[in-house]
Design a protein. Structure first.
Length: 82
């Protein structure tokens, strides 16, 4: 279900951050993000790029965007491998 258009960039940014925070494994392509948040391709890509620049999201090898693993998750994973 796509969201209604949001009036401000800040409100849209907060909504996107909220979605990725609530669903830690969420991985979206730019096209999927555009459809989900009701944004055009240029706005969607700009928003995703800004969140990568802010280190809130990372790009995946297949062109998706998702939250990076937390430091705590990384360290816990390292301990299990030992």
């Amino acid at each position: 279900m796509a969201y209604e258009r949001v009036g401000t960039i800040e409100a849209t940014l907060q909504r996107v951050r909220g979605e990725f925070s609530e669903m830690p494994g969420l991985c979206l392509t730019p096209a999927q993000a555009s459809r989900l948040w009701g944004l055009d391709a240029v706005a969607s890509q700009a928003l995703l790029d800004a969140l990568v620049d802010a280190r809130f999201l990372q790009r995946t090898a297949n062109g998706g965007f998702m939250r990076p693993a937390t430091e705590r998750s990384r360290s816990m994973g390292d301990q299990r491998l030992r």
